[in-house]
Write a protein that binds this ligand. Structure first.
Ligand SMILES: Cc1cc2nc3c(=O)[nH]c(=O)nc-3n(C[C@H](O)[C@H](O)[C@H](O)COP(=O)(O)OP(=O)(O)OC[C@H]3O[C@@H](n4cnc5c(N)ncnc54)[C@H](O)[C@@H]3O)c2cc1C
Length: 499
């Protein structure tokens, strides 16, 4: 009997720094690193950057008024709105400055506003104003009449995190970062005094420095590095999206009360819907993103209390994301530090507001890398992102005409709800998107009222045709999530694009 031969994993390459996890934080670090001379790699287990917690948040850029005074998360979030506005220009992305109002609905809540102002200012933020009911009503005509005071700040804003994660990754790749998608890290071994051997499901990478930015799985990566004492505490938060027809109900990010069980928050989204959150429960495990009827009802109540005109029938979808805190820092703070056992490895354990703090986190990680011996020499040439995705829906009429003249596929609407054209879908696929969810997050096809019922089959067909694969090979979000599992009639799958 022939002996089974052990196949050695493919060698993917050697680099100075490997980043594990292409969420918003890993992508931000990768882009910052790509400004430096050296070889860098970004590894992600999912099929697309940002498919972890980053795709399941409120996508709000806060001031540090939620963060305890003197906390690391407060420090790293201090000037977040200004940082994101600058990045939006550099990456040709959308940052929508909507401002925030923290509302007091009862006399005893007023104290919360002053405390939040003090926390924000102590953490370095400016621009707060305590406002009364008249100004609240002027800024937010539909807010509950119970609102007696508010803490107002103009600069906080909203964006769409998956779009940003993709853009940061794309720009990092344009500047030389090697990206490995669908590559789950399964082992990290010290090869010698200078290098680690990082084993992934796609092969091995040699790296001098390791950044653990694996989000909910950062405890598991830490254990692979020998830091078995890192543990995470998880909370699952439900959020609801409302139809654009009711968007005029809320203009700013509106906050109410906060507890272990909820963060009362309703706000416009970057693309003009309303988002409402967050009701928390304990998830069964890291993959438990299920949403129950009860989760939805509890979340809806939070919104109705702030904006009574809100109706359940205007809700178009619900989803959940998992928040984590770690045992290495107190008070829910971030823990960003070199490994206690593995030289040249850095852990990034960040819960909320990890999106807000991402630019600050990237700066800190690079400082830590330099302290660990990385030479940080800037490249002479850094390429800014060539262009974003031209959007047909939001373009003025004159531009729409030019878009159609330049490419008639802009004249063919694929997603009726969000007015997404065939040209935009094909453009996204040509720029590296190869899943249904990837197309949805980048183009918004399938994000509207009908949630893809109308455009889903067309998007599937464009993916199959453009990638040159059979429709049965198209997935929702990577391996094991196929939309078509077989044909009911013979001859259905006769080749690429036959669907
Ligand atoms: C309900 C909710 C609302 C929130 N709202 C906000 C908000 O409004 N503003 C804000 O600032 N923050 C908010 N946050 C927090 C914010 O979303 C997170 O802090 C942020 O997205 C974390 O980014 P990340 O890159 O660390 O994690 P992730 O996006 O989870 O990225 C980690 C990546 O690592 C990958 N990975 C894991 N294990 C491996 C492995 N073995 N090999 C390779 N890759 C691996 C994962 O697939 C994932 O893509 C919210 C969070 C939740 C849950």
């Amino acid at each position: 009997m022939a002996k089974a031969q052990s196949v050695s994993p493919a060698f993917l390459g050697e680099c100075d720094v490997v980043i594990i996890g292409a969420g918003i934080i890993g992508a931000m670090i990768a882009r910052e690193l790509s400004k430096l001379k050296g070889k860098f790699a970004l590894i992600e287990k999912e099929a697309f950057p940002g498919f972890g917690v980053s795709k399941a948040s409120l996508s709000q850029i806060h001031l540090p008024d939620f963060c305890p005074i003197g906390s690391l998360k407060g420090k790293l979030s201090a000037n977040a709105p200004q940082r994101f506005k600058k990045l939006a220009r550099e990456l040709d992305l959308h940052y929508r400055e909507v401002g925030e109002i923290w509302l007091a609905l009862k006399q005893e809540h007023i104290e919360n506003l002053w405390e939040a102002k003090k926390r924000g200012e102590s953490n370095g933020a400016r621009g707060y104003e305590i406002i009364g009911p008249e100004k609240i009503r002027q800024l937010e005509p539909y807010v509950t009449k119970k609102a007696i005071a508010g803490l107002y700040a103009k600069e906080p804003g909203v964006l769409y995190t998956p779009e940003w994660t993709f853009a940061l990754t794309e720009n990092a790749v344009q500047n030389g970062v090697s990206l490995y998608l669908g590559a789950a890290v399964t082992g990290i071994d010290k090869e010698d005094d200078h290098y680690y051997k990082v084993t992934t499901t796609r092969g091995q990478i040699r790296a001098r420095y390791v950044i653990n930015a694996a989000g909910l799985y950062s405890d598991e990566i830490a254990a692979l590095l020998g830091d078995a004492d890192i543990h995470l505490e998880l909370r699952k938060g439900t959020m609801l999206i409302f139809d654009k027809s009711v968007s005029s109900l809320v203009r700013h990010m509106l906050f109410g009360t906060f507890s272990e069980k909820h963060s009362q928050d309703i706000a416009p989204t970057a693309h003009g819907n309303l988002i409402l959150g967050v009701h928390y429960v304990k998830p069964r495990n890291k993959k438990d993103t299920s949403v129950s009827r009860e989760n939805i009802e509890e979340t809806f109540k939070l919104g109705k209390e702030l904006v009574p005109a809100l109706r359940e029938k205007d809700m178009i979808t619900s989803f959940s994301g998992i928040l984590c805190t770690n045992n290495k820092a107190s008070d829910g703070d971030f823990y960003i530090a070199p490994s206690e056992h593995a030289p040249r490895a850095i852990h990034v354990l960040a819960g909320a507001p990890g999106l807000t703090a991402a630019p600050g986190i990237a700066d800190m990680v690079i400082r830590l890398l330099v302290e660990q011996g990385l030479k940080a020499e800037e490249k002479k040439v850094f390429h800014t992102r060539k262009e974003s995705f031209p959007r047909f829906e939001s373009a003025p009429l004159s531009k729409k005409e030019k878009m159609i003249a330049s490419n008639p596929k802009y004249g063919h609407i694929v997603c009726r709800c969000e007015q997404v054209t065939e040209a935009e879908v094909i453009n996204a696929i040509k720029r590296g998107v190869d899943t249904m969810d990837g197309v949805k997050h980048l183009t918004r096809a399938g994000m509207g009222r009908c949630q893809g019922s109308f455009c889903g089959s067309s998007v599937l067909k464009y993916l199959a045709n453009t990638l040159g694969i059979p429709a049965t090979k198209v997935t929702k979000k990577g391996a094991g999530s196929h939309h078509i599992v077989g044909y009911t009639k013979q001859g259905g799958e006769s080749g690429a694009g036959e669907c």
